[in-house]
Design a protein around this ligand. Sequence first.
Ligand SMILES: [Fe+2]
Length: 238
Amino acid sequence: MLPRYLRETEGVRTPVAFPGYRSTALRAPLRTPVDLPHRLTEITGPVLGEDRLLPTDADLTLRMGGEAQGQRIIVHGRVLDSDGRAVPNALVEVWQANAAGRYRHVVDNWPAPLDPHFDGLGRVVTDSLGRYEFTTIKPGAYPWGNHHNAWRPAHIHFSLFGQAFTQRLVTQMYFPGDPLFDQDPIYNAIPPAARHRAVSRFDLTRTQPDWALAFEWDIVLRGADQTPFETDDDGDVA
Ligand SMILES: [Fe+2]
């Protein structure tokens, strides 16, 4: 007997098509997706190779022999299962814009400066208590072509891998009190009751005096407190 994963219930899914988020109309399926059965392929692999990760992978502020520009922040939290159990050994990867709101990416060419010492990429594996921590800089807001004068609220993209390829989850972490929430259709595509779970908490206790601010964000994989997740496609466009 192969183990099975719990299916995500319909009511807590962020919809793949959301009218205000225009590019979803191009990629959302027209018919209701069919859940495939769990077979060996769905529940085994990958061997992620934790030993390949370097301690510097979790510090995005030090790249290419120098220090990134911007507000230094510590982003930390836990990866939790539906009953609050810690999820150890999960690969947590992040990507984000620099302090000016620009990605180091071939199709991001709006006139904000690139930072020679910031690539916006980080990764870490959760410890035995499910904890992760990154040191980075606070990303800037950036314009995108969704509608006239559309700006994304500051955010960090997260990808999580468990012990199988089908256990990849993708989401975005926001910052508290962002004035751009109201006009952002990606944030507003999240069901209203779940939106606050995508927003981190300012964490004074984990700030480092004369060094960095801190934000805490727990990621819950399933259950009533589940973090809103998105399709893999979303992360690459905004
Ligand atoms: Fe983004």
